[in-house]
Design a protein around this ligand. Structure first.
Ligand code: NAX
Length: 376
C-alpha cells in the first residue's frame, strides 16, 4: 500500500532507486522518502488555497457567457485563488449550458477546480461561498418594470430558501437579475437564518457608467474619477451623486463648470443607459454587466482605497433617514471583510429630492410584493 502511494507521487526513477539499493539504504530510504513525502504534502497544503465555490444562476444567459470566464480566469478573486463553479439554469436552457461548460473546459483555466451544471437549486447552491443571482425573466421592450416584480418574486423566494438550506456558512449573495433591489429583498427575507449584511444588489454598472460620463466631460481618464455613489434603486430613478464625486481629489462641481449638464443630461444619461443599449444592440448590456459583477465582488472583498467609496445596494439600517429594511444603494466602504455605509456624506436639497424619489420607488416595489415578505 505504502509502495503504491509512493509510486503514484514519485517519478519511476525514484522508486527504482529505493527498491534496488543496498541493504542499508533499504532501511534508511523508505523512512527518508516517507518523511520527504509528508513534508511535501504539508508544504503544498500550506500554500494551496481552498477553492471559493461560486454559484451563478442564469449561467447560460448573456451575462453568464461573459461572467463565467472572468471568474474562472481569476479576475474576481485574484490570480492565485482557485475557484469552483456551480452553474444553475432552468431545464430548457440545460443544453445551452452544456455548451458553455464545454467552452469552460476548453479554456483549460489553471484556477478552475470543478464545474457543476444543474437545474436543481439544492444541488446548485450546495456549499457555495458566493451566490450570484443573475438569472431572471428579463424585461422585454415595452414591458414595465413593475410587471417583472410579480414574475420574478416567486423565483427569488425559492432561491433564497435554497441558499439558506445548502450554502456554506460564510455565504454572500449578490443579486443582479432585475428588478434586482426588490428581488434581493425577497430572497433575503426568505432566508432569515442568513445575516442581512450578506445580501447585496448590484448598482455598480451605474457607477461605472457615471464615472465614464464624468471623465469624458472633464477630459480625464476614468480612474481620476472617485467617490461617485449611486443612491437608491437600480432603475431609471437612481441618483448618481455627482455633488460628492471627485476628479483627481477635487469636487466634480469645481472641475466641471457646466452644472446644468450635471443636473440634467448627466443624470439622465446614466439613468437611461440600459435602455439606450437595448435600443442600439437589440439586447441588454451583458459584458459591461458581467464586468460590474466582478468589480462589485472585488470591492466587497478587497479594502476600499482610503477616502473613496463604491456603490452597492444593502439592507438599509435607516442611515440618512432612508427606509429601514429596504435594499438601498449607498456609498459603501470595506476593510475587505466587513463593510459599512459611509456616514456624513453631505446631502443637499437637490440630492435629497432625488434620493427621496428613488427610495419612494423602492417602497412601492416593496408594497407590491408584500405578500412574499414577512408581515409587520
Ligand atoms: P438572458 O435572458 O440572456 O439570460 C437569463 C438567463 O436566466 C437565461 O439563460 C434563463 O434561462 C435563465 N433563467 C431564467 N429564470 C431562471 C431561474 N429561475 N433560475 C435560473 N436561471 C434562470 O439575460 P441577461 O442579459 O443575462 O440578464 C440577466 C438579468 O440581469 C436580467 O434580469 C437583466 O435585467 C439583469 N441586468 C441587471 C443589471 C444590473 O445592473 N443589476 C444590468 C444588466 C442586466 O440588465
Amino acid at each position: 500500500m505504502r509502495r503504491a502511494v509512493r509510486e503514484r507521487f514519485l517519478p519511476p526513477e525514484a522508486t527504482q532507486v529505493v527498491w534496488s539499493s543496498n541493504r542499508g539504504d533499504r532501511i534508511f530510504s523508505p523512512i527518508f522518502h516517507q518523511s520527504a513525502f509528508f513534508l511535501l504534502v504539508a508544504v503544498l497544503l500550506f500554500f494551496m488555497k481552498t477553492p471559493i465555490r461560486v454559484a451563478v444562476t442564469g449561467a447560460a444567459g448573456q451575462i453568464g457567457y461573459s461572467l463565467l470566464f472572468r471568474i474562472a480566469s481569476g479576475s474576481m478573486f485574484g490570480p492565485d485563488q482557485p475557484v469552483a463553479l456551480n452553474l444553475i439554469e432552468i431545464e430548457p436552457a440545460m443544453k445551452a449550458l452544456e455548451g458553455v461548460v464545454m467552452e469552460l473546459d476548453d479554456c483549460a483555466f489553471p484556477l478552475l477546480t470543478d464545474i457543476r451544471a444543474t437545474a436543481s437549486l439544492d444541488e446548485g447552491f450546495s456549499s457555495v461561498n458566493w451566490a450570484l443571482l443573475v438569472g431572471s425573466v428579463p424585461r422585454k421592450a415595452g414591458m414595465e418594470r413593475k410587471d417583472l416584480l410579480g414574475i420574478n418574486g416567486k423565483i427569488f423566494t425559492g432561491q433564497g430558501q435554497a441558499i439558506a438550506r445548502n450554502a456554506a456558512s460564510d455565504i454572500r449573495t449578490l443579486v443582479v437579475g432585475n428588478p434586482c433591489n426588490t428581488n434581493c429583498l425577497i430572497a433575503m427575507n426568505s432566508a432569515p437564518e442568513i445575516p442581512k449584511e450578506r445580501w447585496f444588489a448590484m448598482t455598480r454598472l451605474d457607477e461605472n457608467r457615471g464615472k465614464t460620463q464624468i471623465a469624458r466631460k472633464a477630459g480625464v481618464h476614468v480612474t481620476d474619477v472617485t467617490n461617485l455613489a449611486i443612491w437608491g434603486n437600480h432603475s431609471s430613478t437612481q441618483y448618481p451623486d455627482f455633488y460628492n464625486a471627485q476628479i483627481g481629489g477635487k469636487p466634480v462641481t469645481e472641475v466641471i463648470s457646466d452644472h446644468d449638464w450635471l443636473q440634467g443630461e448627466f443624470i439622465e444619461t446614466v439613468q437611461k443607459r440600459g435602455a439606450a443599449i437595448i435600443a442600439a444592440r437589440g439586447a441588454s448590456s451583458a459584458a459591461s454587466a458581467a464586468n460590474a459583477i466582478v468589480d462589485t465582488v472585488r470591492s466587497l472583498t478587497v479594502p476600499t482605497p482610503s477616502g473613496d467609496w463604491f456603490s452597492v445596494a444593502v439592507c438599509s439600517d435607516g442611515s440618512y433617514d432612508l427606509n429601514r429594511g429596504l435594499m438601498i444603494s449607498y456609498p459603501i466602504r470595506t476593510d475587505g471583510s466587513s463593510w459599512e455605509i459611509v456616514q456624513g456624506v453631505p446631502v443637499n436639497d437637490f440630492s435629497r429630492a432625488k434620493i427621496s424619489a428613488t427610495v419612494q420607488e423602492l417602497q412601492e416595489e416593496h408594497d407590491a410584493v408584500a405578500d412574499l415578505l414577512p408581515k409587520g
